[in-house]
Design a protein around this ligand. Structure first.
Ligand code: AMP
Length: 220
């Protein structure tokens, strides 16, 4: 099955994509992760993407479409895949169609902006060992340093309130129109993001299992 996850940054689509990947045995493809790795490795694409990604802006369509074309042509995507963070604009979705990629279901994870801002602005990470914390939901013991290695915790650039705000604005302006795009094609399903991740996961699996049953029946 070929699945797309839509949702604002911080809505939890990455986590759901990983859970679905583990349960259904299909790879989760995250353009954000591919871009971050390219930036870390200082590749040509990474250098081109760096300023956009670090300010919360979208990387130009041509760059991400190229990334996806390469990635989906790899063998592990032959029996299905999950797209986490792509498409993020209507031209990206159109490019996917032009490549002949058939999408079975698009799952939109809905979380109100206020909740996203609270979730993301409270995140803290350890710059040394990578452990992550949250000032409300998972505070470190002293609220300042890493429980595991003692380093001073930092706010990731992505979680800076100005960056979070920019990313939400661009989500509403550029990515949300995809709900209509896929709604018109009869592919859109909605999952309301729950307080507990496990509850969102259960609802997500229910959507996918229903789609699987429906396509099985159509094929009979
Ligand atoms: P993510 O981890 O999915 O939130 O992506 C991190 C950053 O990578 C985003 O803020 C964008 O700058 C860039 N990015 C990831 N996916 C896309 C995409 N489909 N289109 C444009 N930019 C993207």
């Amino acid at each position: 099955m070929n699945i797309i996850f839509l949702g604002a940054p911080g809505a939890g689509k990455g986590t759901q994509a990983e859970n679905v990947s583990a349960r259904y045995g299909i790879p989760s493809v995250s353009t954000g992760a591919i871009i971050r790795e390219a930036i870390r490795n200082g590749t040509e694409m990474g250098l081109a993407a760096k300023a956009y990604a670090e300010s919360g802006a979208l990387v130009p369509d041509g760059v991400v479409i190229g990334i996806i074309r390469d990635r989906l042509s790899q063998d592990d995507c032959a029996n299905g895949f999950i797209l986490d963070g792509f498409p993020r604009t209507v031209p990206q979705a159109e490019a996917l169609e032009k490549m002949g990629v058939v999408i079975d279901v698009v799952i939109s994870i809905e979380v109100p902006d206020e909740k996203i801002i609270r979730r993301m602005s409270g995140r803290r990470v350890c710059p040394v060992c990578g452990a992550s914390y949250h000032v409300d939901y998972r505070p470190s013991k002293d609220g300042r340093t890493c429980d595991a290695c003692g380093a001073e915790l930092i706010i990731r650039n992505d979680d800076d309130p100005v960056v979070v705000w920019n990313r939400l604005v661009q989500y509403h302006e550029q990515t949300e129109p995809l709900k209509e795009f896929y709604g018109l094609r009869g592919k859109l399903r909605t999952v309301i993001g729950q307080e507990q991740v496990a509850d969102t996961t259960r609802l997500t699996f229910e959507v996918i299992d229903r789609e699987g049953d429906a396509s099985g029946k159509e094929n009979k």
